[in-house]
Ligand binder design. Structure first.
Ligand SMILES: C[S@@+](CC[C@H](N)C(=O)[O-])C[C@H]1O[C@@H](n2cnc3c(N)ncnc32)[C@H](O)[C@@H]1O
Length: 253
């Protein structure tokens, strides 16, 4: 019964957000409306925390003269993608945006390290056309971003012939699972540069039997590569954490 009530409440909230989405065309007005009338819903709170993160991250990158693209791994609902676009533009930080997602929801778990009570295969599916429509409704011009659809094992591999970003200033990892994060970090490793920021949306999402998959992947990959220091930058909400990449050669000289 309680689960049913929660589901009805969640559906009602979702419907309200869809109506707001349809009725208010300006992104900023929409944001103000949500902050004013839905400030204590978990969705709204979490969004505000992420918005603050993007505000700080783009302010820092812009202030410190670190240029590059914004890459997001796990984009389905388009929420963080829109926040990133608008916060970057706030500081006239002219970054190109990249969206990486299967557009088929979560992949099958690859082992016990992917175990989590909430994340199940095919959950959080947003189709590619829906993603474009969400970006349009959030006033993100089509020429401001590129979409690379597919599961990361394929889309981030050397065999993929589409062009991929090389100069990255902010990487936002929101793909939940250990195995997905590992593939993403393997792609990012040769593209790391001093001063860039990496954020993990699910850094504090662990379970009764596992540590956070994103954190586990990060620890594994960064313990192998000793060139880079991950300097803690900003924790956001109850779930996310971020780091500035420092080149140890510079920090120790
Ligand atoms: C939590 S959702 C992202 C939410 C999004 N940032 C937003 O603000 O609405 C996680 C996404 O990661 C994607 N994902 C997870 N693992 C993936 C993989 N191995 N390859 C491609 N996409 C993946 C799923 O398709 C899903 O859309």
């Amino acid at each position: 019964m309680l689960r049913l009530v929660k589901k009805v409440k969640d559906t009602a909230k979702w419907c309200i957000l869809q109506v707001i989405n349809k009725c208010l065309s300006s992104y900023e007005v929409k944001e103000m409306f949500c902050d004013k009338y839905l400030p204590f819903s978990p969705l709204s709170r979490e969004k505000m925390c992420r918005k603050e993160f993007f505000y700080n991250a783009f302010r820092a990158l812009s202030f410190n003269g670190i240029d590059g693209d914004y890459v997001e791994f796990g984009c389905c609902g388009g929420m963080t993608f829109a926040l990133a676009y608008h916060e970057a533009r706030r500081f006239e930080y002219n970054t190109k945006l990249w969206s990486f997602d299967s557009f088929q929801g979560l992949p099958a778990p690859e082992g016990p390290k992917d175990a989590h009570p909430v994340w199940k295969q095919r959950e959080m599916t947003t189709l590619l056309d829906q993603f474009y429509a969400i970006c349009d409704s959030n006033k993100i011009p089509r020429d401001a971003y590129s979409v690379v659809p597919g599961f990361y094992k394929q889309s981030l591999s050397m065999n993929n012939t589409v062009s991929l970003p090389e100069n990255i200033s902010l990487a936002y990892i929101d793909c939940d699972l250990y195995s997905s994060t590992k593939t993403v970090l393997e792609f990012l490793m040769p593209r790391l540069k001093h001063g860039m920021i990496i954020a993990f949306d699910d850094y504090f999402c662990w379970s009764a039997t596992q540590i956070s998959g994103e954190r586990k992947a990060m620890m594994e990959l960064f313990s192998k590569d000793c060139r880079w220091e991950m300097v803690p930058y900003m924790q956001f909400g109850w779930h996310g954490n971020s780091f500035v990449i420092e080149d140890k050669k510079i920090s120790s000289s």
